[in-house]
Write a protein that binds this ligand. Structure first.
Ligand code: MG
Length: 393
């Protein structure tokens, strides 16, 4: 019999432990106690949920972005004895650089994730990246930092994880284009005129994926796919013309990579985030997954349909921002966030979301940001412009 090889567990810091990516990550980590160990977790402000996770997974380091939530957590006595607390953005940066961590899973929503991600890269941690905004805002800077430090960025977004799996080991010059699949969201089959009456409650019913409200609206407008195209261009060093989207209502094929000879590789798995999360956390090892694989003993249909960019202007706008380059993608992202929040509050109709984004893009001249401060300045300016467009409606 072969001697047992000593197992080194990969030590994980999970930034964004209480969101839907966080919950799925915890399922993956719990399923592989011999391979993965959770050494740090962070959330925005839900310290009670974080305390439950800390107790269940015996996590020594916890962080809360919201300083008063961090204070409440510390006073509560609900965390395991000996817990080290990290507060605010500085706390997230400390967690991202923990000496005892090997991999940092970034699942924090929005621009908050940028500084901790760059800190983790500086500390040469492997990054499992679930947060789109980081690459949309500052892709050039993040990718350059990762290259300079020899840090691996493993995509956790299902489509990008799929592209990664399909292009790994293939020379880049052989790739003609990539196609990310889009479910089409909650109103895929609604007639155009009905879209004017969509309510926030309608928008929150996603046919395939269980996700937070912002991303569920983004899948209905295809802004999510637009952001993903921008993200893919950056991650895989592609030209805008090489990045495409195709409607695929079943959400089983997550990407298609077409090579110069016309051959296509696809990645398939059921629509659960655990597949991509596990791929990134265990990479390059394969182990049994936590959700059942596809069942080919039953009828399985895969449909594909071109995207009508007239119906989904957010996709066209994303493609235009990729061509404009510079800060245009971050303007797109910021204006979309402002417009979606206004829609969810019932302040603007669904069809006004792309109009607000288009007008914001038109109002801000595309420029090449010189540094991260310029990137964040552009984000702030786009939010201001989009906000004033809403107020002038
Ligand atoms: Mg995705």
């Amino acid at each position: 019999m072969a001697a047992t090889t000593p197992v080194t567990r990969r030590r994980v810091v999970l930034l964004g432990a209480t969101g839907s990516i966080g919950e799925n990550s915890l399922r993956v980590i719990a399923a592989h106690p011999d391979k993965l160990e959770l050494v740090g977790i962070a959330a925005r402000r839900d310290w009670e949920k974080l305390a439950g996770i800390a107790r269940l997974h015996r996590v020594p380091h916890v962080g809360l972005f919201d300083e008063s939530a961090a204070g409440a957590a510390k006073q509560s006595g609900r965390f395991p004895p000996g817990t080290t607390y990290h507060a605010g953005i500085a706390g997230l940066v400390e967690l991202a650089q923990l000496t005892e961590a090997d991999i940092v899973l970034v699942a924090v929503v929005g621009t908050t994730a940028l500084e901790p991600t760059l800190a983790a890269i500086a500390a040469r941690k492997t990054i499992a990246l679930a947060s789109k905004e980081i690459l949309v805002l500052a892709g050039k800077f993040v990718m350059a930092a990762a290259r300079a430090r020899g840090v691996r960025l493993l995509p956790v977004d299902s489509e990008h994880n799929a592209v990664f799996q399909c292009i790994e080991g293939h020379p880049q010059a052989g790739v003609r284009r990539i196609m990310l699949t889009a479910s089409g969201g909650a109103f895929r089959d609604w007639p155009q005129e009905k879209l004017a009456e969509v309510t926030p409650a309608d928008a929150l019913k996603h046919p395939n994926w269980a996700m937070g409200p912002k991303i569920t609206v983004d899948s209905a407008t295809l802004a999510n796919k637009g952001l993903e195209l921008i993200e893919a261009q950056c991650l895989f060093d592609l030209e805008p013309a090489q990045c495409h989207a195709v409607l695929h209502p079943q959400s089983i094929v997550h990407c298609l990579v077409e090579y110069r000879d016309g051959a296509m590789l696809a990645q398939l798995c059921p629509p659960s985030m655990t597949f991509a999360i596990q791929h990134a956390l265990l990479y390059p090892e394969r182990a049994p997954g936590v959700d059942s694989p596809l069942d080919f003993t039953r009828l399985l249909s895969l449909d594909f349909k071109p995207v009508d960019t007239g119906r989904f202007p957010m996709l066209r706008l994303a493609q235009e921002t990729m061509v404009s380059g510079g800060c245009a993608p971050s303007v797109y992202n910021a204006a979309n966030e402002v417009a979606v929040a206004a829609f969810l509050e019932g302040r603007i109709p669904f069809l006004a979301i792309p109009r607000v984004v288009e007008q914001t893009l038109a109002a801000i001249a595309p420029q090449e940001p010189a540094d991260l401060a310029a990137v964040l300045g552009c984000d702030t300016e786009a939010r201001r412009v989009a906000g004033s467009l809403l107020n002038s409606r």
